[in-house]
Design a protein around this ligand. Sequence first.
Ligand code: ADP
Ligand code: ZN
Ligand code: ZN
Length: 749
Amino acid sequence: MPEALFPPPSTVWRVALPLPLPRLFDYLPPASQADGDAAVGHRVRVPFGRRELVGVVAEVGAPEYEADPAALKTALGRIDADPLLHGELFDSLRWLARYTHAPLGEVLATALPGPLRHGEPLPDTHAWAWCLTEAGRTDREGLRAGRPRRLADLLQDAPLDEDRLDEALDDWRSAARALAKRGLAERIAVPASAHAPAPRPGPALNEEQQDAVDTVLAADGFVPFLLDGVTGSGKTEVYLHAIADCLARGKQALVLVPEIGLTPQTLARFRARLGVPIHALHSGLSDGERARTWAAFARGEARVAVGTRSAVFLPLLQPGLIVIDEEHDGSFKQQDGIRYHARDFALVRAKALNIPILLGSATPSLESLRNVQAGRYGHLRLQRRAGQAQAPQVRVVDVRKRPIEAGLSPELVDAIAQGLHAGGQVLVFKNRRGYAPVLLCHDCGWTAHCPRCSTPLKGTPMTVHGGGRRLQCHHCGTRRPAPNACPDCGGLALQSQGAGTERIEESLSARFPDYPVRRIDRGTTQRRDALEQHLAEFGTAPGILVGTQMLAKGHDLPNLTLVAVVGIDEGLFSADFRAPEKLAQLLIQVAGRAGRADKLGQVLLQTHHPEHPLLHTLLTGGYAAFAETELAQREAADFPPFAHMALLRAEAQDVDVANAFLAKARRELDAFADPRRRPAPGQRPALEINGPLPAPMPRRAGYQRAQLILTALERRHLHAALDAALPAIYACPEARKVRWSLDVDPIDL
Ligand code: ADP
Ligand code: ZN
Ligand code: ZN
């Protein structure tokens, strides 16, 4: 009777492991009492093959996933005394796993900082301080003059944090050791948030700002707001007031900003105004620092986090408010691994936490504007610039049939000269870095293409860099020296075609030798704080900034009076249905940099397409008019936000292999299309599948890339088909031969 000899275990841990398999893994609890009782949310160590993995108990119950209970392995033990993940955060992460159709274990691995993911204990979050002992207080007066005495005097009234001591006394550590040895002082752990500057008041709010703040403060429970305010209208002031109120009620606030918006200035502004420590989370931190911040929130010690995308995974024990600044920004969407959208996940969390959420932008995403239209979000508008600043004047410069040198028309150069002579600063915006986009042989027509990205049908030009000496592919990073002679015809007439930021910089430096010209793009500005440093060094004296969209953000340039936008024409004719939205947002953001203080700003748009409807609508009606038109077009064409998309991507060395996988996936998805939902003639099906199609970049870094596009008018049809088909897609033999990924709500197709 094998059952009696091997009774099926009554309880197993169903563990989420960081593996690309859409399931949990059953383990027997270890026999020892201390390790043996794990609950949902505990981290545990388990054997897996020959490895040892760290996972999280997702369920406790009867075995479900192993076919043969006798083959169950025993877990090695739990890691924490208490579950690390619980409550709202764990529930929301489970939701995210279902929504992205990703394995829970991989979602958890994305959400947790590295050290926690790898099983390290929740780190200490306290700071250290020094204080006098009883004996120290009595004997202080008797100490000889010297450093120990000075330290004892400093500690006379209250303990001091070690960072305070660093500022107050050189080499205080040896003095502290001397006092400690004699039993006069001791080191104590204090909460990390022990001291912070006293809050400083900001400017008095104007009427629009006050209305917005009042509306947010009156919100009870989950209410999403779109704070739709032109650049410089004082949105950040509205956030600060709402957060201050939240702190006064003893609650925590989470602020998400795009990577480029998280500058030391932003943090200093929040710190100074709120008077509490601000926890910053961004890509420049070490894993250890991230884990400490996570722990400070998990313990409920921290009050305010300002962070980029991944800060959306912080635990909030006393939640009060979530703010998403620049909510339209594409950097909130993770583009590899678990493809989540931090704004959308923040909305899910705000709902689960039952708190208000404030989405701010001068150029809101069409998704958010649609939610306003549909009555799902409150709409708060700031239509005037705060303080003295006025909106800039915008003018189109028609360059058809005009001579253009290094990308600049004579009109533009004249305007730049005038701006400089009047004592102002000028920003020249060109969204293409490098010297020139193409290297061309004037004799035979050869152009330099990337060997790893191009196909015979679709060439991918390499960008010219280094003043014409180097070639670089902006898609895969391949570099090579520029040839001296044409590889095809041997001719010497190689020419750089068009202009990137480098060439514009060169040309402007030659034309305006008396003024500083500074280039800001990924070539010059790789380090996190490099942008702020460049802008600080640029100062306020007359001069020219040349750069890419990096320049759309960064700290205020009060003396910037002219913004010249060149080379937006590529964006006007892109195949991507989101291209007009991205271009309009970029133009408004860049234009918004002009005239931020008391100086009137001017914006010049140089184009070959002055009659283009996008430019026309934007210039006559502003972003709101553009968005309205664009939403109507999306609706007519059944594009998001009126339909819901998912993208199944595959890449392989051989295009047939990628396509075979996608064809198999398509058959699985087709099989689950509900026959009762077959569309009547002329109607759209519940789920439309297109592909396998070549990706917009059909070959990149030597890989052939293809995709399936899934579109549904109702989200549930999309998810139902994916839920039904994915197990077979994961399991099929074709899947093992490709790199594949699923992207729900892709932002570029
Ligand atoms: P946004 O976030 O909308 O770009 P900010 O909040 O950064 O705008 O404000 C832009 C500038 O205007 C800042 O220098 C800010 O200090 C100032 N400002 C904001 N609100 C007011 C106000 N009510 N009165 C005077 N100045 C203000
Ligand atoms: Zn040639
Ligand atoms: Zn390439």
